[in-house]
Design a protein. Sequence first.
Length: 263
Amino acid sequence: MTKVIKVDVAWCRERLMRLRKAVDGIDDGRGSFGGTEREWDEFHRSQPVAVAILKTLDPGDGSLSWEAANTPWQWRAVLEKAMGYLDDRRELAQALAPDAPSLSASEFHRWVWEPARPLWEIGQFRQALLTAWTSINAHLQAKVGRRDISDDRLLQECLNERDPVPGKLKLRVPGDPADQTVQSLQRGTLQMALGCVWAIRNPSAHLAAHDAGELDEQIAFEQMAALSALARLLDSCTVMTTADGTAGGRATHSTPAERPAGE
């Protein structure tokens, strides 16, 4: 039975087309191989990700098997079949998939998905989660100007409800701090952040270090979604400083601190 899976259609098609063009570059037009060294380099660069996409899309009948092909025209046939499948994928999903909401990783917060994506693509889900968390931690450090602490200690110091002092700025969720809902959201953001450290970051690091095997992809995807939700909350927070720059000064809200380079 044909599998119906969640994929980023535009991205997958672009990566398959990249390999398709690379195959054209090494084809001598007579059913054999040609191409320059540069064209072969492009072929080898574009092949791993495209082949991983083919394996994911393969309906199980071997029609998308890259290994079974060994000439440029056979490779083109496999890639064309895969791109045809992608073009029809939305219609196929509507016809065969259960009526349920779906998530696209490409819509995850940029702090999370952009750095984690290369590892996710090759099936290293624990390392992808660790990389996503490292990115969140780095953005948070930059936002409050703290490089001396990280992870749960950083979160506890930044998100607790005490007033800031010089060198120890605070993060506050948007809204009136006297409002009970805002107060609840402030406490919840801290608890959610600590939960992500203790239930996602730490187990991923420890199990990866002990080579405990790869995490199930669905579980990893759900955990990545949790990190994305946390990243959105932290990104929306304002930095709270002191008006006169001294301990005990009247607390005021400022705009978020400058983002790390590249943002």
